[in-house]
Design a protein around this ligand. Structure first.
Ligand code: SRM
Ligand code: SF4
Length: 511
């Protein structure tokens, strides 16, 4: 028997709501059919939030994390219009979500998006999520391939240039794609359903392309790293391979049980050889086998700070955005800074941070003196620098614990108490869905309920050992059900024992 979401999709496709959005704006949210309100609107990137009824969340698509000042101003105006409810977050897929939006404002908001080439279509439910790529694509002196155009082409295919594509709107489940052209695996290729990693086909390193990984995903029931498909593709075949592979998943993926419908379950059932054969058949031409080695050779960079671009005399400046959170005035300021000091371009990272690019050598000092950089620093301390947090129970309906405020408070407390010799990456997820990718972190948390003094309290399971960059591998759960109120002591000890933290002198702490 079809599960509830499959039945709902069969009854009416989510994209059909495009034609109904003007009517929804007229009748108001309370009069919208419940399935449309709670589920199908997500096909347009519009999320009903039970914590803020009538105030919707909108998830964009920002391929490769590329954002212009015009686009940022449009997003800022959307958030501004929401008044005290308006807030935006950079997500762990190099993307932006905004909150506080009224349904009556959605048609005009979509027009504004269109006017600057933005879209929120198919950003949730059984669709392909934001396509990630290196945040320094096109400006990194050491990159192997500038992935920007590929990420945009893949998005354009899958969303019909942002208008919605019925061919890819009813997948068995969500689907993540990453395209890496850099040497440091800055998109966490291993945790995507489909990832392209740079690889030369030949030993002479003349024929550039990508080795293909498949099946990576996180869920509350299972965590799986992507495995090799034994395919190498040239850049010009990337879009076609995405299309072919998605058709195979769409038409054959398991749909009965939503806990077992991500791509890896189909690969489990078929075996990787059969899956490869079916993708090849769908491509309509033979696929080359994988290159002997990939070119992920580096430690992962976080891009915070001032860095030289490959273009002489230009720099990119990475600002740390604590837990990814921004308000409308911040967003207008980012747009102004990007235009005043750079060429108007910005980039988002999977660590929920923001880069301003094309800043000339002469202008770097002045940019660093801008007041906004007090709030969003280029030299954060070693704990704040590695902090990533999901939405948590402030807004997320499935959260078990609060994350963004709690993680900020704990990070400030620990930073005041300890000196860290290097960055420690701490990722907070409010539940086992793992949206903040806790398994890639040095220390990762997933929210749960715990017991303390006989009472049920907020807690976390603690993951450790996630490594990123070259030879990335996933961390594992090392402690269960740790009460959040004990985290200052527990994490403090971990920082001292495992990461070389040194307690600050008392005088320093007071200062
Ligand atoms: Fe996620 C569901 C937020 C990245 C795994 N995720 C949700 C929902 C939609 C829950 C809901 O019903 O509302 C959350 C929206 C809350 C809200 O109001 O913001 C949500 N996920 C997020 C974001 C915003 C976290 C963040 O603060 O950055 C990220 C948005 C990315 C984007 O721009 O599209 C986000 N989610 C991820 C990632 C990380 C990634 O993609 O690299 C994962 C793990 C990777 C993966 O999917 O394999 C992730 N989210 C999930 C899952 C578990 C999927 C599964 O197969 O079971 C769910 C639950 C589900 O889909 O049923 C989920
Ligand atoms: Fe919500 Fe859980 Fe994802 Fe956090 S990890 S955003 S709490 S679904």
């Amino acid at each position: 028997m079809a599960n509830k979401i499959e039945a709902l999709k069969e009854a009416k496709d989510g994209l059909a709501l495009k034609a109904e959005i003007a009517r929804f704006a007229e009748i108001g949210w309370e009069a919208i059919d419940d399935d449309d309100l709670q589920h199908r609107l997500k096909w347009l990137g519009v999320f009903f939030r039970k914590s803020t009824p009538g105030r919707f969340m909108v998830r964009m698509r920002i391929p490769n994390g590329l954002l212009s000042s015009d686009q940022m101003r449009v997003l800022a105006s959307v958030v501004e219009k929401c008044g005290e409810h308006g807030v935006a977050d950079i997500t762990t897929r190099q993307n932006i979500q905004m909150r506080g939006i009224l349904i009556e404002d959605v048609p005009e908001m979509f027009d504004k998006f269109r006017s600057v080439g933005l879209t929120s279509v198919q950003s949730a439910m059984d669709n392909i999520r934001n396509i990630t790529g290196s945040p320094v694509a096109g400006i990194d002196a050491n990159e192997l391939y500038d992935t920007r155009e590929l990420a945009i082409q893949v998005q354009n295919l899958l969303t019909n240039n942002g208008e919605g594509n019925p061919a890819f709107t009813n997948l068995p489940r969500k689907f993540n794609i990453a395209i890496a052209g850099c040497r440091d695996n800055s998109t966490h290729a291993e945790i995507n359903d489909l990832a392209f990693v740079p690889a030369f086909k030949d030993e002479s390193q003349e024929t550039f392309g990508f080795n293909v990984l498949v099946g990576g995903f996180f869920s509350s029931k299972r965590i799986a790293a992507a495995i090799p498909l034994d395919v190498w593709v040239a850049p010009e075949d990337v879009v076609a391979l995405c299309e072919a592979l998605l058709i195979v998943f769409r038409d054959n993926g398991l749909r009965e049980n939503r806990q077992k419908s991500r791509l890896m379950y189909l690969i489990d059932e078929w075996g990787i050889e059969k899956f490869r054969t079916e993708v090849e058949k769908q491509m309509g031409k033979p696929l080359a086998s994988a290159a002997a080695k990939d070119e992920i050779e580096w430690e992962k960079r976080d891009h915070i700070g001032v860095h030289k671009q490959k273009q002489a005399g230009l720099n990119y400046v990475g600002l740390q955005i604590p837990v990814g959170r921004m308000y409308a005035p911040d967003m207008y300021e980012f747009a102004r800074l990007a235009e005043t000091y750079g060429n108007g371009d910005m980039r988002l990272t999977v660590e929920q941070n923001l880069l301003i690019t094309h800043v000339s050598d002469e202008k770097v000092t002045a940019l660093l003196q801008e007041p906004l950089l007090q709030k969003f620093p280029v030299e954060p301390n070693n704990l704040m620098r590695g902090l990533v947090s999901c939405t948590g129970n402030q807004f997320c309906p499935v959260a078990i614990v609060e994350t963004k405020n709690r993680s900020l408070a704990l990070t400030k407390q620990l930073s005041a108490a300890y000196d860290l010799p290097k960055v420690v990456r701490i990722h907070w997820s409010g539940c086992p869905n793992s949206c903040a990718q806790p398994q890639v972190a040095d220390i990762g948390f997933t929210g749960c309920k715990a017991r303390k003094d006989g009472k049920v309290v907020d807690g976390v399971d603690i993951y450790m050992g996630g490594t990123v960059g070259k030879d990335a591998h996933l961390g594992t759960c090392v402690m269960e059900k740790v009460p959040c109120e004990d985290l200052y002591e527990v994490v403090g000890k971990l920082l001292v024992d495992r990461f070389g933290a040194v307690p600050k002198q008392h005088g320093e702490m007071i200062a």
